[in-house]
Design a protein around this ligand. Structure first.
Ligand code: KG4
Ligand code: ZN
Length: 344
């Protein structure tokens, strides 16, 4: 009989966070440890790939050890290992994948390579051990996946089934936050710094346009970014102080409006029962409030600590593969470009 009670060790190293976690039954977080490199990369205004992989090498052993310690477990208490296989920086992914393979080989535990994006989706199933269980998302559901590299509307009719309805034709939402933050000299990462500046600003000060696209479920943020750039330049060339807070607030409102409206429309169109909002940008307070204020759909938005990259979400997605009898052979390679559509 298939095993459904499982404790899975998750390992994540796709970008600038080295993370490990132990999750029970795809939902209950026994531990989640993240060694962040954000401060290191901030001086470059973005992730510096060569530096990132070296930092993963330095941090990964201690991070896994810490995750097991915090969960009060040894390898003998585990039932499987899930690791991010892609998408992400190849040199960073390989660090997590090689460690996971080594551990699987020495412990005889099954291993599965997980798509980082499905990890973000499955973060909606997680809750902390000892706290009240969060309501379990009900399928079919519509997911808005908004991270630094992706902005996608995904229809999940069943577990591990991802129908990508549309994506971004240029910048991802998180990327737009990061680029506009740079324009406004607000620092890296851009999402949190724009959110902070926006709190002091008027979101109606500027009416920034969001492109209307012919493809119904796609997004485009480059026009919005250019509009912000033009506004900043106008103030600068007139030797006036750039109203940073007002621009940040108006930009954030435009992004939130675009994401919110399309997600609700898609959920209606495809008759989803519920909505998931996940990925780094789902930590954004204005976006969370927009979704919380509507009453038509139950919306699952992970706890803020689970919106940005972590390994608990990788363990949660890995669990779904394991109970579907899907494991990886030890010779699998990283996939730096790996879409959800190819994973399903
Ligand atoms: O999911 P994530 O941690 O990494 C990727 O898989 O890309 O997402 C990182 C992105 C960054 O672009 C960051 O600026 C954005 O998420 N982000 C936010 C907020 N926190 C992080 N964007 C808007 N508001 C936030 N509070
Ligand atoms: Zn991510």
């Amino acid at each position: 009989m298939k095993k459904i009670d499982m404790r899975v060790l998750g390992i994540e190293s796709s970008c600038d966070e080295t993370a490990a976690a132990v999750v029970e039954n795809g939902r209950v977080i026994q531990s989640s440890v993240i060694a962040s490199q954000v401060d290191l990369h901030a001086q470059f205004g973005g992730v510096y790939p060569e530096l990132a992989s070296r930092e993963h090498v330095k941090a990964i052993n201690a991070t896994v050890k810490e995750a097991l310690q915090q969960a009060h477990m040894g390898f003998g208490d585990l039932d499987g290992i899930a690791v991010t296989r892609g998408p992400g920086l190849a040199g960073s992914l390989v660090v997590g994948v090689n460690l996971a393979k080594g551990l699987a080989l020495s412990t005889d535990l099954p291993i599965v390579g997980v798509n980082h994006l499905e990890g973000h989706l499955y973060s909606a199933w997680l809750y902390q051990a000892g706290s009240k269980p969060s309501p379990e998302p009900k399928l079919p559901l519509l997911a808005l996946l908004v991270s630094g590299g992706h902005t996608e509307l995904v229809l999940m009719r069943d577990h591990l089934q991802y129908e990508v309805l549309g994506g971004t034709s240029d910048d991802a939402a998180g990327e737009a936050f990061d680029k506009v933050a740079r324009l406004l000299e607000l620092g890296y990462p851009g999402g949190p710094s724009i959110q902070k500046a926006a709190m002091q600003g008027n979101s109606r000060a500027f009416n920034f346009p969001v492109a209307r696209l012919s493809e119904p479920w796609s997004f485009s943020f480059s026009g919005l970014k250019t509009a912000v750039l033009r506004t900043v330049e106008e103030f600068k060339s007139a030797h006036k102080t750039v109203p940073t807070a007002d621009i940040a607030a108006s930009f954030q409102a435009a992004v939130v409006r675009a994401l919110f409206e399309k997600t609700i429309a898609a959920a209606r169109e495809f008759k989803a029962r519920e909505i998931i909002v996940a990925g780094g940008v789902s930590a954004n307070k204005a976006l969370r409030e927009a979704f919380r204020s509507q009453t038509e759909f139950r919306v699952h938005i992970p706890h803020i600590s689970l919106c940005t990259d972590n390994a608990a979400m990788i363990a949660a997605a890995g669990y779904r593969h394991f109970i579907a009898d899907e494991t990886s052979n030890l010779d699998f390679d990283v996939q730096a470009n790996w879409s959800l559509a190819e994973t399903a």
